[in-house]
Ligand binder design. Structure first.
Ligand code: FAD
Length: 483
């Protein structure tokens, strides 16, 4: 079908194109990506389903306002590189966002087609476009503007820092990104597993940023190696953006949490993803708890919990449980991840809370005492509050417990920069229109401001901050009119 001649009836008759995926029984034996990506033919068919609304509400549903209608139109016309260029005007990481964004709650949720049919698969098309640039080998050369003479430090190389750095470089500022770890990418690299987001893709998208002239310095812990004040006073940075995420795991505070075999999802995932513990001792020096034939329980219901439990399954767990205190409906994880976990044989113990971890005489974990719950009235979050069912306690035998109930912020920046105001929850307080903190010329965004949220919200915050920093620096630049 041709984009120029297709009739409305023909358009509506096209079914939503299914994403090809690895068979669940095969994929639990490997760490390769689950979803395989749309073919060019499928992408064009899917793009033809978009009716090109006069008022594209999908754009308002996207935190970085990607020109969704326009890039989809270009795919429908077969101009894939044109689509790459269009999407990159607003989103520097399309291959990543196409894989991990919760489109079902954002752009696709408001898609007009979705009222009567399945919504246009905007996320899958975004992924297709990002992958097309990479796989076709046709790299878009960045337009590097004349230097403004201004220098900005970006602390943290997660999605917030990367999108901020990209926009600042596009404005012509010299940008240096400081990252505490030896690898760039933040949660994209150390949290989200290979089977959902191959690390090669993150590295490739980072390459695009390097081509913009952005400088990256790894193994620099701001607050230890150098402070925010030193960056400005001694290193001469005109502004600083803080995008250090929320990487400090919360524990449940129940007895037995210090038994051997109880660990945080962040540690488990970092060992497996970043340090490649799944290949220990062949190509990796980092071991991880041996899950083979064991019972592993993950406590929580978010994306991190799904990633951890599916990782445990791939490491050979006999039983991989999700223990969650509410019902499946209240789970914060993406629908697709819940579906994939169920397909892979993960067992969901819903409306269940852990009361106590139980260990043997050598302090090794052997089980968890649980209690059944039922749903009561909605709480502040609007979700129905779980209420304990008296007399429903039981012991679940487990060898490993992974805690995945959320993260707080690392105290380092606030301890070493006391003039940055923080909230009671210890997140950095900003003006949401500019992401400016209480400290002059210091901005912040992403999880360090919102608490654990999403990749695209972090990217949106990075972009807002970059625009505000640019405006601020423009006001003080000698050669502003020449920018
Ligand atoms: P981060 O990605 O956390 O990056 C912060 C970076 O700052 C890190 O690299 C860190 O090492 C560095 N840093 C920290 N302190 C310092 C310091 N003092 N000096 C220098 N560098 C420092 N979101 C989705 O949208 N979809 C998903 O499917 C999804 N899945 C997830 C799965 C997991 C396992 C996790 C943990 C999160 C997931 N999220 C998902 C949430 C999403 O990844 C985060 O909201 C997002 O990464 C936040 O971006 P950020 O840039 O604020 O922080």
């Amino acid at each position: 079908m041709d984009a120029r001649t297709i009739t409305a009836k023909e358009r509506m008759a096209i079914p939503r194109q299914e994403m090809p995926a690895q068979d669940p029984q095969v994929r639990i034996g490997n760490f390769n990506e689950v979803n395989l990506g749309l073919t060019p033919e499928q992408a064009q068919q899917e793009a033809l389903r978009c009716i090109q609304c006069k008022d594209p509400v999908c754009i308002a549903g996207c935190p970085v306002s990607i020109k969704i209608d326009q890039f989809i139109k270009l795919i429908a016309e077969g101009d894939f590189m044109g689509a790459v260029r269009k999407i990159k005007e607003d989103n520097v990481l399309p291959s990543i966002c196409g894989r991990v964004c919760p489109q079902e709650d954002q752009c696709e949720k408001v898609c007009v087609i979705g009222k009567k049919h399945k919504p246009v698969a905007i996320g899958n098309l975004e992924r297709f476009v990002g992958d097309y640039e990479r796989m076709s080998g046709q790299k878009i050369d960045p337009v590097i503007p004349a230097p403004t003479g201004k220098k900005v430090a970006v602390v943290g190389s997660g999605p917030a820092g990367l999108s901020c750095a990209n926009d600042l470089a596009q404005y012509g500022h010299k940008v240096v990104v400081f990252e505490a770890l030896h690898e760039l990418g933040g949660v994209l690299m150390y949290g989200i597993p290979e089977f959902r987001l191959p690390k090669e893709i993150v590295r490739e998208e980072l390459e695009g940023l390097r081509r913009m002239g952005i400088e990256f310095r790894t193994d620099v812990v701001v607050g230890r190696t150098i402070t925010v004040d030193e960056l400005m006073e001694e290193e001469g940075f005109d502004a600083v953006f803080i995008g250090v995420g929320a990487g400090l795991p919360w524990f449940m505070g129940i007895p037995g949490e210090n038994l051997v075999g109880v660990l945080a999802a962040n540690e488990f995932l970092t060992r497996v993803n970043l340090m490649k513990a799944y290949d220990f001792p062949k190509s990796s020096d980092t071991p991880v708890f041996d899950c083979k034939g064991k019972n592993v329980a993950v406590f929580g219901g978010g994306n991190t919990a799904m990633d951890a439990v599916r990782t445990a399954k791939r490491l050979g767990a006999e039983h991989a449980y999700i223990v969650y205190r509410r019902s499946e409906k209240e789970m914060p994880a993406r629908e697709e991840e819940i579906h994939n976990a169920l397909q892979e044989g993960v067992e969901f113990l819903l409306l269940t809370i852990p009361l106590e971890f139980i260990g043997d005489e050598k302090a090794w974990l052997t089980g968890v005492k649980c209690q059944k719950m039922e749903l009561g009235e909605p709480d502040d979050s609007g979700r129905r509050r779980p209420v304990a069912v008296p007399g429903s306690e039981y012991v679940l035998p487990i060898d490993m417990a992974i805690i995945s109930i959320g993260n707080g912020s690392n105290p380092l920046i606030r301890q070493t920069t006391p003039d940055i105001e923080v909230s009671k929850k210890e997140t950095i307080v900003v003006d949401v229109n500019t992401m400016q903190t209480s400290k002059e010329n210091v901005y912040a965004g992403g999880d360090i401001v919102t608490g654990g949220a999403t990749v695209i919200l972090a990217m949106g915050a990075g972009r807002t901050a970059a625009a505000a920093i640019n405006e601020k620096l423009a006001g003080t630049a000698k050669n502003f009119n020449e920018w």
